[in-house]
Design a protein around this ligand. Structure first.
Ligand SMILES: Cc1ncc(COP(=O)(O)O)c(C=O)c1O
Length: 483
């Protein structure tokens, strides 16, 4: 391209941050892609996890560099000090917490989104259209109407928080956005089960309502919310002059994967005029499986759903999502007039509703492309099969536990999470066994507390996990427990 003649008063054009030699850079970029793809391809033969080496820790403790370093050197350090010391959730025997494993398809989507540097807070560009496509797909998957709105967020912690704000705004009116809670006069009360994730209480805290106003409803023997207790609690609060406003059901609890009776909760919420939100962080994507869908009956009756494409959907982190049935209620809770964000019928400022009208973030990356790429490249049938397979593996592990003299199942397996105790052993022994497994590189379970007891917790999320991995884990577990 020819450049206009330079004005002598103009500054020198030497500030670009692009590579000075594109072909050299492209070669390094291809090497980087090969490095990460080869790592994924061979991940089964590597340790599940290892702590960052002393060299890695010291390498990442350097002073701020004023001068450039060659890409080849930087990549060599990434190979030595980054790749081997990641979380481990790519590995088929990573079973800790609830972590997605990612896929190479999502990786490419993320790479392209980063390359195009899409800012998806708003404006008229294709990133917004891809996000709309995902909104449409989630409407279809969860039985929501075409008028429902949706938004990518970091994760379900954020999605649950945004849902709380929407429910609060609907309950006390849009004017409360300016006035706060001062004029409400009576406490707003939310309800969830005693097994709900801690982010629900946090959402109440951050919303200004206060977690003291969250009623933790007891659960039944399958660790599902007791709807009779929910009804009783709402009536008691109404009688005392409080204002019940929201009930949060969980589709896959963090401890055991239990699914609350969503149909029954919907009835109670409707009867008392409460916002019914579902925390589907762990389980909601199982709706893609025709076999598993009946377990989630009633999900479609909710007012909003939080879910994570980065868990069972294996979209690379992060890809949380909020779906809201009433688009107006959603927008009223967040949209802000701002001169510099005015819309127009044409040009880059076109589009009535932008993602920034539906949440807190104005600058936001394109989580939609990696999600679209993952779903497009795999199809929902294949994702559903991998979800079903992880549940089958969890049931297999549960049978091994059941037959063993050393361990005992602590809770029924509802989805893909298996919690078990160690006979005649205290919490220190559980911590010791789990930590030894992690340090050995053979497998990485985690732990949780159930009924006041520390237990081993295996969340089988990974699409790469096969039955032989469960056998390898089981053998090592027994060996460490025997020591
Ligand atoms: C039931 C449940 N809700 C919410 C969350 C929080 O989700 P995120 O980690 O995506 O913020 C989790 C995390 O595991 C969860 O299990």
């Amino acid at each position: 391209m020819t450049r206009p003649e330079k004005n002598s008063e103009a500054p020198l054009d030497n500030a670009s941050l692009d590579p000075s030699d594109w072909s050299h850079f492209k070669a390094r970029a291809h090497e980087a892609l090969d490095l990460v793809l080869s790592h994924i391809e061979g991940v089964r033969d590597k340790p599940v996890w290892q702590p960052p080496s002393a060299d890695a820790v010291s390498y990442f403790s350097q002073a701020l560099p004023a001068n450039a370093r060659p890409m080849a050197d930087i990549l060599a350090k990434v190979g030595d000090y980054v790749v081997p010391f990641a979380t481990g959730n790519l590995h088929p025997r990573f079973m800790g917490w609830v972590h997605g494993a990612g896929t190479p398809f999502g990786l490419i989507g993320d790479l392209i989104a980063a390359g195009l540097n899409l800012n998806c807070g708003g404006r008229n560009h294709v990133g917004i259209e891809i996000e709309r496509q995902i909104v449409q797909w989630t409407q279809e998957a969860f039985g929501y109407p075409e008028t429902a709105s949706g938004l990518f967020v970091t994760g379900s912690s954020m999605a649950n928080f945004l849902a709380t704000i929407i429910a609060k705004t609907r309950a006390i009116g849009v004017q409360a956005r300016a006035q706060g809670l001062m004029d409400v006069g009576r406490p707003l009360i939310a309800y969830t089960s005693s097994e709900a994730h801690s982010c629900i209480a946090q959402a109440l805290e951050l919303s200004g309502i206060g977690s003291i106003n969250l009623r933790r409803i007891p659960v039944d023997s399958l660790r599902r919310m007791r709807v009779d207790e929910l009804d009783r609690a709402i009536i008691a609060d109404q009688k005392s002059g409080a204002q019940p406003f929201m009930v949060v059901g969980t589709a896959g609890t963090v401890n055991t994967g239990a699914i609350d009776p969503l149909d029954d909760i919907a009835v109670v919420a409707e009867r008392h005029g409460l916002w019914f939100h579902v925390d589907g962080a762990i389980g909601a994507l199982a709706m893609l499986s025709a076999k598993m869908k009946p377990k989630f009956s009633g999900l479609e009756k909710s007012h909003s759903i939080a879910l994570d494409f980065h868990k069972w959907g294996h979209v690379p982190y992060d890809a949380g999502f909020l779906l809201v049935k009433d688009h107006t209620a959603h927008k009223q809770a967040f949209s802000q007039p701002a001169a510099y964000l005015q819309r127009y019928g044409d040009g880059l400022a076109a589009g009535e509703t932008w993602p920034c009208d539906l949440g807190i973030d104005l600058s936001r990356g394109c989580r939609a492309l990696k999600t679209w790429m993952t779903i497009s490249a795999l199809g929902t049938d294949r994702i559903a099969s991998s979800i079903e397979h992880t549940c089958a593996l969890a049931r297999y592990l549960a049978t091994l536990v059941d037959k063993s003299d050393r361990f005992f199942l602590k809770s029924p397996v509802a989805l893909n999470i298996v919690c078990f105790g160690v006979r005649d052993a205290g919490p220190d022994a559980v911590r010791d066994i789990v930590t030894k497994l992690q340090l050995s590189g053979i497998a990485a379970p985690s732990w949780t507390m159930l009924d006041g007891e520390l237990v081993v917790r295996c969340a089988i999320v990974n699409h790469r996990t096969i039955a032989a991995d469960i056998d390898i884990f089981w053998e090592a577990l027994n060996r460490f427990a025997a020591e």
